[in-house]
Design a binder for this molecule. Structure first.
Ligand code: GRF
Length: 239
């Protein structure tokens, strides 16, 4: 099986990148893809250090912070990237790139889209808005990227409870924990060709067909949650 060549774009600490690298390593020969490049618009992004530690090429993209940085489209081309993964990437991807990677670009958003998404809805603001709205649940959404912010077809959502005494930090931690478990599994499934975007815009795939999973139980440990997630989404043959 030829494995997908995954390019990760990240602006921050890169904990989602790390979760993906760890998950793919754990999957061994069964993994659907390999991370072949990590690119960031911020020269100081922790994601770049994590990439270097994993012996993955790390590239700084042109931005107000790095005016002499590399160009996104040519970086993806040079590394032969088949699948683009946005893991905490805080800039809008130009529409020529989203179009070139239609059905081959994924994002994780830390709330249940279509609510609490769109321009300006990132970082702590998302969790503050969720709490201010009195929502009883939040959680990560993994979706295909199109050229409208936080808008593309949803592949999977994993609700987590919003607790009465939550502030933006405690809620962010709970959601991030769910992201770390869910996102790598979805990336792997798309990389393996088990999940795909159909021409009519719907998501096909025997894994994650229940787009909204049942509520995460935050009292369980990561191993139990991972096992539950793997059971829920099941393993399946390519479609
Ligand atoms: C995550 O909450 C992700 O959903 C959001 O940005 C955060 C990235 O964290 N888009 P990290 O850089 O992966 O640690």
């Amino acid at each position: 099986m030829t494995r997908a060549r995954i390019g990760v774009l990240a602006s921050g600490g890169g904990s989602n990148l790390q979760a993906l690298l760890d998950h793919l390593a754990e999957r061994g020969d069964a993994r659907g893809g390999d991370v072949v490049v990590v690119a960031s618009n911020r020269p100081d992004a922790g994601a770049l250090t994590r990439a270097a530690d994993a012996h993955v090429p790390a590239v700084v993209l042109a931005s107000p912070h790095a005016p002499r940085g590399a160009d996104l489209a040519s970086t993806l081309r040079e590394h032969g990237v088949d699948l683009v993964v946005l893991a905490g990437y805080m800039r809008l991807v130009p529409s020529d790139v989203t179009r070139a990677y239609h059905g081959r670009m994924l994002n994780v958003h830390p709330a249940l889209l279509p609510e609490f998404g769109g321009p300006g809805m990132y970082g702590p603001r998302v969790h503050r808005a969720v709490i201010a709205a009195g929502a009883r649940e939040s959680g990560p959404t993994v979706h295909f990227v199109d050229d409208v912010y936080d808008h593309g077809a949803i592949i999977a959502q994993w609700p987590v409870p919003v607790l009465a005494n939550d502030d933006e930090h405690s809620l962010a931690r709970r959601v991030l924990r769910a992201e770390h478990l869910l996102f790598p599994r979805v990336v792997d499934a798309v990389a393996a060709g088990h999940v795909r975007l159909a021409p009519n815009g719907s998501v096909h795939g025997s894994r994650f067909h229940e787009r909204r999973l049942s509520m995460m139980d935050p009292t369980l440990d990561d191993r139990a949650l991972a096992a539950q997630l793997d059971r829920t989404v099941g393993a399946s043959a390519p479609i």
